[in-house]
Design a protein around this ligand. Structure first.
Ligand SMILES: [Zn+2]
Length: 309
């Protein structure tokens, strides 16, 4: 998704630049229709050629240079009479730093980077919400849970700061509805999007529909790239989707496995407990969701949570 957004921004810049070049060429045509300007312009071209020759032959060209200066002045005055200033012939760049190419020394220019995070956020699939690490508020929670949430949020602020070089890139947030699992994923998604990482949010239900479309629609096959390639994929509410034969388990495994191989982070929330996950998805998927070597498993309820931290 990030790649597509960058390409779109670069194409917008290129189109604007093409527009500028066209504007200048039309303006030049207009000026050339003025007989005086046309004649002065021809004189200027001849003089410039003669001066080059003089310099090449080592001859004195002071007189010709003076003449050229005079003609240029006349051209400017003539342009003014047509309501044109010489600056109108120059390209007006939106971003002088990259001259609207989008790149500075081979790296993306800030004019692109500054727009990226907003566009990543608005297209990552996350519903609009007011939550972020900056405005977290646990006042309403019981004391024990407040302490837990503070620790948990600190942990994931560090996670975002160090991303993607982290020991446990994956996480499983298990627990009942309304315990704040999804809200924490929103905070993480926003923070990483702010840092221009490619992030994607989906509910397990929507993901399952995407799998079904991919599996059955051969005409308009939409690829699964949007789930395979983001730096972080959040799958919300695993367990609420229907298990479709030959689809759900096969594609969940494919996505999790491919992401694990390419070291991409995945965070899953679920109302199921570990046994529930094992029973519903089987050993192959269970071992990827709860892989101790790269996954932080956290239960969002009561005493269990603190033991896991
Ligand atoms: Zn720029």
């Amino acid at each position: 998704m990030k790649k597509e957004i960058i390409n779109k921004l670069l194409e917008e810049k290129a189109a604007k630049l093409r527009g500028e070049k066209l504007r200048i060429s039309l303006l030049k045509d207009k000026a050339m229709q003025n007989k005086t300007y046309f004649s002065l312009n021809s004189q200027k071209n001849i003089l410039e050629m003669e001066i080059s020759l003089c310099i090449f032959n080592g001859k004195d060209c002071n007189a010709k240079e003076k003449e050229l200066k005079k003609i240029k002045k006349e051209m400017t005055l003539n342009l003014k009479s047509m309501g044109i200033s010489p600056a109108d012939f120059e390209i007006h760049y939106d971003c002088p730093a990259c001259k609207d190419s989008g790149y500075v020394n081979g790296a993306l220019c800030d004019c692109i980077n500054s727009k990226l995070s907003k566009l990543i956020l608005s297209s990552c699939g996350m519903p609009e919400n007011p939550y972020s690490f900056e405005n977290k508020n646990f006042c309403a929670l019981p004391e024990a849970q407040k302490e837990f949430m503070d620790k948990l949020y600190s942990r994931f602020i560090k996670y975002c700061n160090a991303f993607p070089d982290i020991k446990y890139p994956n996480a499983l947030f298990a627990g009942f509805s309304g315990t704040g699992k999804t809200v924490l994923t929103f905070c993480i998604l926003k923070k990483l999007a702010e840092k221009n990482f490619d992030v994607k949010y989906t509910t397990a239900f929507s993901l399952n529909n995407a799998f079904l479309n991919y599996h059955t629609d051969f005409k308009n096959k939409k690829s699964l790239d949007e789930y395979l390639f983001p730096d972080l994929l959040v799958i919300d509410d695993l367990g609420t989707e229907p298990i479709l034969k030959n689809v759900t388990l096969e594609y969940i495994y494919l996505i999790l496995n491919e992401r694990m191989i390419s070291n991409k982070a995945t965070i899953i929330t679920t109302n199921l407990d570990l046994n529930g996950i094992l029973n519903r998805y089987g050993e192959r998927i269970f071992s990827r969701i709860t892989n101790k070597s790269n996954t932080f498993v956290c239960r969002f309820s009561g005493e269990d949570i603190r033991k896991l931290l």
